[in-house]
Design a protein around this ligand. Structure first.
Ligand SMILES: *Cc1c(COP(=O)(O)O)cnc(C)c1O
Length: 397
């Protein structure tokens, strides 16, 4: 199957990647459960070990056919030369950082990264002699100054989780490349349907595929995309550390990707409708969603995103007690710590994106404790709005 270069994301999500792996006319890639792959001769075996990237397999910790199909599809969706799959989003994050950085290097990032990533920056990278500077997400001048002071890797997230702040990816890529630094973007909240950071000049894009890419809260996975050259040391590191994805999980992600474009369009519509409803409600103090013209990053988001995403956050009036009542009253939302599922999910950041932080560390993030994070599912928008309306009534009484 040769896809036309102009094929849309929905077409690529369905048709790209699996073509080498169908047999007997199957239309779904099998779960290759095999750990080892046998060879006809020792000479063929010898050649297989030295091939990179491999489409002759030797041992599943290095590469395997089901994961390969997933990686080929992802490369097509991210607009990348190559993709790699990982056991979790955090395995993807830590493998990229540890494979690309060495003692004495400096990493610059923002304060609003995902809680787990923030912990890697603060507690683990310094242990390996890597200097880390975290800058206020909304302060591009400080970011530029920090990068200019010396930087090997600029690590970004946009939109951020749960604050929905927007960074100008093109401008960030330029400032990093001016000092010879690499730019890595965690694109989990946007998805490749809404945003393609590699097109904005960034070098590596990663996703927690546990979220929208899988979309059904039934599998943990992570992905990394970029040039073959940049990904080579990361692939090697993955094979040595063993942060690979299982074939079973790869199969689930592959199945989910077939509907990615369809789901993300619905997530976008629902989040926009919910954000507009909340923004007009007297019991809501503030709504954070890049699709609202009042959002500080709206103009940049319009430029670099094809859709504004399925996640928003908001501050109900009445502090933490009101937020708790509202969440406890919602019917059409799991109170659970993830995002990007077909079912709406809601929670407070202290128990979701930043659950790994201590109370003191959480306070230091500056995120309001009563901020409600809302990941709109693929239900009907009218029902989600009715549900929020009744929950808001409950905080009024
Ligand atoms: C969930 C998440 C991660 C971590 O992914 P896991 O699959 O849970 O390891 C990283 N970044 C962002 C933005 C996330 O939301």
């Amino acid at each position: 199957m040769i896809l036309r270069p102009e094929a849309g994301a929905g077409t690529r999500a369905v048709w790209a990647g699996e073509e080498n792996l169908f047999s007997h006319g199957a239309t779904v890639v099998p779960v290759y459960q095999s750990v080892l792959y046998a060879h006809d001769t020792v000479e063929a075996w010898h050649d297989a070990i030295r091939q990179e990237p491999r489409d002759v397999y030797t041992y599943a910790r290095t590469s395997s056919p089901t994961c390969d199909a997933l990686e080929r599809k992802l490369a097509q969706l991210d607009g990348a030369e190559r993709s790699l799959s990982f056991a979790t989003g955090m395995a993807a994050v830590s493998s990229v950082l540890l494979a690309l950085l060495k003692p004495g290097d400096r990493l610059v990032s923002i304060k609003d990264t995902y809680g787990g990533t923030n912990l890697v920056f603060r507690d683990y990278l310094p242990k390996f002699g890597i200097d880390v500077e975290l800058v206020d997400t909304d302060d591009e001048q400080s970011l530029r100054a920090a990068v200019k002071r010396g930087c090997r890797l600029l690590y970004l997230e946009s939109p951020t989780n749960p604050t929905l702040k927007i960074l100008d990816l093109e401008s960030c890529a330029r400032m990093a490349h001016d000092v010879g630094a690499l730019v890595v973007v965690d694109n989990t909240v946007a998805t490749p349907i809404n945003q393609l950071p590699l097109r904005n000049g960034c070098d590596i894009v990663l996703h927690s595929a546990t979220k929208f890419l899988s979309g059904h809260s039934d599998v943990l996975a992570g992905t990394v995309s970029g040039s073959s050259e940049l990904l080579r040391p990361i692939a090697r590191f993955r094979g040595i550390l063993g942060t690979v994805l299982s074939a079973q999980s790869a199969s689930l992600v592959l199945r989910s990707l077939m509907t990615l474009e369809l789901r993300v369009r619905r997530h976008n519509e629902n989040a926009q409708a919910v954000a507009e409803f909340l923004a007009g409600h007297r019991l809501v103090e503030k709504v954070f969603y890049p699709g609202l013209p009042s959002h500080r990053g709206h103009a940049v988001a319009r430029r670099q995103m094809a859709g504004f995403g399925g996640m928003l956050s908001f501050l109900p009036r009445g502090g933490l007690a009101a937020s708790r009542t509202l969440l406890n009253t919602l019917q059409l939302a799991h109170l659970g710590s993830s995002l990007g599922s077909v079912a709406t999910l809601a929670g407070l950041p202290e128990t979701t994106s930043h659950a790994e932080l201590s109370p003191e560390e959480f306070r230091a993030t500056g995120i309001a404790a009563n901020l409600v994070r809302y990941s709109a599912g693929v239900e009907n928008a009218a029902d989600l709005i009715d549900d929020l309306a009744q929950a808001l009534t409950a905080i009024d009484s």
